[in-house]
Design a protein around this ligand. Structure first.
Ligand SMILES: [Zn+2]
Ligand SMILES: [Zn+2]
Length: 108
């Protein structure tokens, strides 16, 4: 039998290490990236919310993934160890930044 890894619910406000924006906790989901510049932090090892990664590098938003069933996802890549992760977009994320990110990806 396979052990299913469950998403661990973590929802807390944080100050962004990239743009210093003070992010409040998300009202009904998990805040895992800055809603102003979309940067995230490498804190999770295998499961979202596990907070087991010793890396703690900044994760740069590098693109948008439209393929998943969850809708749009932000692709993040760690500046330190190059690990890539996908994160759900929050409804209060900066729409301008999301569009820029999508356009940026089309250029490549
Ligand atoms: Zn930020
Ligand atoms: Zn990392």
């Amino acid at each position: 039998m396979r052990i299913k890894k469950n998403f661990i619910h973590q929802n807390e406000g944080f100050v962004c290490e990239h743009c210093s924006f003070e992010n409040p906790a998300h009202p009904n989901s998990c805040r895992n990236h800055c809603r102003q510049c979309l940067y995230s932090k490498h804190v999770d090892q295998d499961v979202p919310g596990d907070r087991l990664s010793p890396c703690a590098g900044l994760m740069k938003p590098i693109g948008i993934d439209y393929s998943g069933k969850k809708g749009q996802l932000i692709l993040h890549q760690c500046c330190r160890c190059k690990k890539r992760m996908k994160n759900k977009i929050a409804e209060d994320d900066d729409q301008g930044e999301l569009i820029k990110l999508g356009l940026e990806m089309l250029k490549k």
